[in-house]
Every structure is written in C-alpha cells, then in structure tokens.
Design a protein around this ligand. Structure first.
Ligand code: NDP
Ligand code: 2IT
Length: 449
C-alpha cells in the first residue's frame, strides 16, 4: 500500500527521535489496512496523518522550592491530541523519564481507547518529568500547585480533563484540584479521580484493574474458559496492578507474581487478602519497594533488578500492568513454552513490536491495552457526567456500568473481527479498526478543521 507507506514515512520524518510515538502510530496504522483499503476517503481526507498530528501541545516551565528552600525546575506538558468525539481526556504522568515522545504515544493510544468506551471523550495526555520518589508530602503538594499554576489556562470541564497515570493518584489529583479551584474560583469537574467526598466517583480507583479482569473474563468466555484456579502473573505494584490482583482473587484465581521498579516477587503460595493489604500499605502509604514483602512472607522470594524475568514463571494468564515496552519477544517465548493461554494489557503499550509480532503468531489470546485497560477512563467519563449533573451514583451502579462497558468494548472488537474477516481472536486489529473508524468518521463529518 503506497499511501500507507508514504504516510508513515512522512510521520517518521516529522517526528525525529520520538521512538515510542512512532512505535504506537506504526502499530495502529499497519494493522488497519483492511479498513483503509475499504474506502478511498481515509487517504483523500488524510485522516491517518491528521490523527497523528496533535491538535495542540503545551510545554511549560514548572518552578518550585523543595523543603530545603532550593529552587527546582521541571518541565510540564499537556498534549491535546484529538477532540473529534469530545473534550480532551486522559491522564497525567509524573515520572523522571516523561518526555514528549512518551506523552504523544500515550495521547495517540488514548484516542482509540476513548473511542472504544462509547463515551463522548476526545484524547489527551500530560504530566511532567518530576520524580515523586523520595519527595515529602509538602514537596509533592507544592509541585502540583506549580504545575497547575500554568496548566489551568488550557483545562476545563468542557475543554480538557486530566486524570491519573504513573506517579499520579488520588493524592496528587487532590492537590491539583485544590490549586485549580483556588486559581479559577470554580468548583467544577476539570479533573477525574478525585476523592469521593469532593466530586469523585465510586469505583474510579478500582476501575482500570477491575475492568482489565472483566475484559479478560470476556476473552476467556469466548474459548469456554474461566478464571477460577488459573495461575496468574501481574507486573507492577501500583494502582492498576493492585486492583487487578484484587479482582483476580475475587474470581478464584491464584496470583503468584508482581513487580516494581526494584525487581519482582515470586510468591509460590499465591497472594491472599492479607498479603494484598500489606502490599497496598507498602506502596500507597509507606511508599517503599516490594522487597519488604519477601521479608514478611516466607513463601515469597524477591528477585532484584531485571536479570531474570517475571514472565518466565509458569502460569496460565499474564497481565502486564507497569509500563511501556516491559515485555519483549524472549518473554513471549517463555510464555509460549509455559503454555500461557491469555495475556491482557493493563499498562499502555507494555509489549514492544517484536513481542506483539510473536504473540500474534502464537496461540496466546492477546488483549491490547486500548481495549483491555479502558475501564479507568470509562469510569472517568462517568465521573464527568456525575459532576455535570451534580450527583453521585452508588458503587453498585458503577460496578454494573463498568461490567457493561467492558463487555461492549469486547463486542466492538469481535464485531470488527467478523466484519473485516480477521483472524479469530485478533483483538488488536479489531480494537484498532473500531477505534479508528469512529474517530475518523467524526473528523470527516466536522470538516477540515
Ligand atoms: P502507578 O504509578 O500507580 O504504578 C506504576 C507501577 O509500575 C509501579 O509499581 C512502578 O514501580 C512500576 N513502574 C513504573 N515505571 C516503571 C519502569 N520504568 N520500570 C519498572 N517499573 C516501573 O501507575 P498506574 O498503575 O496508574 O499505571 C500503570 C500502567 O497502567 C501505566 O502504563 C499506565 O499508563 C497504565 N494505565 C493506567 C491507568 C490508570 O487509571 N491509572 C488507566 C489505563 C492505563 P515503583 O513503584 O517502583 O515506581
Ligand atoms: O491511560 C489511561 O487511560 C489513563 N491513565 C486514565 C485516563 C483517565 O482520564 O481516566
């Protein structure tokens, strides 16, 4: 396909050195040729190129003082990617590695993910190269206030609505919300993931992890399998991982591994509720590394660093929930050897391209993040609705909504697979086609803007 090749070439040339962004764009556009071949208008209207060009990028200086009164300088970002379906929507990442390539890849992925939710949500992503590790509570608060001091100009409940991502959870959203309210003198739902007493939604903290497991249940159902008694690997130990583990335990699965940036834990007896409570306290309150888990529970062993991989552990299901490109083709080979039956992504783009190629030619059922981790932004979308209505729905209502939305996303993937006669179980292409088509059609309908 000449058009696709030259389009990708143009995008590569325009974005030199942005490896993660190019990786995400190539992955989507290279899979959707059955759709692109179907109608001339996609290329005539230059939809792929228009989707890969952010509508607006804001980068700004964030200056603040640490507890020793020393001046600190960070870089803040907001990538306003696509507003065809609704206001810009997507998380904030506070991590020292944060740069424009990473945020553009995340914002690009968000475009298709948000489309799959069925809610009126555009796409964006932002954050800063700030490292929350080792910072005091007061330092985190001052940083959040300084970030918002500039960013508030570009945000708003009908314009752009950030939420959490790596390094940004309820604590940070609280400080960001307080700063936004003080600066603008408006109490409005400009951020999601807020505390339950000041406009937050029930189930938002749990939504990404729980939604991931609901999606996996739908996938397993399609091959007449269930989660009960399945041995599971979960990477990461943050928000998504904790609630993925919680839901897996509820469903009768056995979780034997998790990780953080210091290494991974193999707990051969499996995690139970008491151990999970210990892990939550360790990561969310004490904010320490997971080695302490192995000191406390004798069935667990800690593997420091990255010399050995968590994915080599024998298991039935795998849930990467830490960060991008954490799974390579050697990891997939190990999972194939161990007869893993399903891998569903809690993180965004956790498999590098070689790992995707390997898994797509294997028998492992593969759930791509833009479908399987969409539960978080889906409940964020309902938090926005509740804020606009001035209401709060019950936890039970939100649980039902989450299950329905994850089932619908699964159905959208399956419908695309059937319509375009894709390989059985090709959720990746199914999700990409559905996500792209809806956004692309809305862009064409709204004209050249
Ligand atoms: P958290 O900050 O709560 O947790 C991130 C976890 O991943 C931590 O255990 C962290 O280790 C580990 N980690 C982060 N970066 C690295 C790295 N470079 N190398 C090794 N380990 C790393 O983030 P979330 O749980 O919110 O996010 C996890 C993933 O899920 C991300 O890819 C995010 O984009 C995606 N996601 C999040 C959603 C949400 O609602 N929060 C929604 C959809 C996707 P340590 O504790 O040592 O820092
Ligand atoms: O990647 C993601 O979908 C998120 N970090 C959540 C975004 C949101 O707006 O809730």
């Amino acid at each position: 396909m000449k058009n696709l090749k030259s389009t990708l070439e143009n995008i590569r040339k325009k974005n030199p050195g942005e490896n993660e962004f190019i990786q995400a764009v190539s992955e989507v556009f290279e899979t959707i040729s059955p759709l692109l071949n179907d109608e001339d208008s996609w290329f005539e209207q230059r939809i792929p190129e228009r989707m890969a060009e952010p509508e607006r990028i804001i980068t700004f200086k964030v200056t603040w003082t640490n507890d020793k009164n020393q001046v600190q300088v960070n870089r803040g970002f907001r990538v306003q990617m696509n507003s065809a379906l609704g206001p810009y929507k997507g998380g904030l990442r506070f991590h020292p590695s944060t740069n424009l390539s990473i945020l553009k890849f995340l914002a690009f992925e968000q475009t298709f993910k948000n489309s799959l939710t069925g809610l009126p949500l555009g796409a964006g992503k932002g954050g800063a190269d700030f490292d929350p590790k080792g910072k005091s509570e007061a330092e985190v608060m001052r940083f959040c206030q300084a970030w918002m001091q500039e960013a508030h100009k570009y945000l708003g409940q009908f314009t752009d609505i950030p939420a959490g991502d790596i390094g940004v959870g309820e604590r940070e959203i609280g400080y960001l919300f307080g700063a936004y309210k003080k600066i603008t003198n408006r109490f409005e739902g400009t951020l999601t993931g807020k505390g339950i007493d000041y406009g937050g939604s029930h189930l938002r903290p749990e939504a990404t992890g729980y939604g991931l497991i609901h999606f996996a249940q739908n996938m397993l159902e399609s091959i007449n399998e269930i989660l009960d008694k399945k041995v599971c690997l979960v990477s990461g130990a943050g928000n998504v991982s904790q609630f993925a583990i919680e839901k897996l335990l509820e469903e009768g699965a056995k979780v034997v591994a998790f990780s953080d940036s210091s290494g991974f834990i193999h707990d051969k007896d499996g995690i139970d509720e008491e151990k999970l409570a210990f892990l939550k306290n360790l990561k969310n309150v004490k904010r320490e590394g997971i080695e302490l888990y192995a000191n406390k529970f004798k069935s667990a062993k800690f593997y420091k660093g990255k010399n050995k991989s968590l994915w080599e552990i024998d298991a039935d299901c795998a849930f990467p929930c830490a960060t991008q490109n954490e799974v390579d083709k050697e990891d997939v080979k190990a999972m194939v050897k161990n007869k893993v039956m399903l891998l569903a992504e809690g993180a965004n783009m956790p498999l590098n391209q070689e790992a995707i190629d390997a898994i797509q030619t294997s028998k492992i059922l593969y759930g791509p993040g833009k479908a399987s981790n969409a539960g978080g932004v889906a409940i964020s979308g309902l938090e926005m609705t509740q804020n606009r209505m001035g209401r709060q729905w019950s936890k039970l209502e939100m649980e039902q909504e989450l299950r329905i939305m994850m089932r619908n996303i699964h159905t959208h993937c399956i419908d695309s697979i059937r319509q375009y006669e894709l390989k059985e179980g090709d959720y990746l292409t199914g999700a990409n086609i559905y996500g792209f088509k809806k956004v692309g059609k809305a862009m064409i309908a709204q004209g050249i803007v």
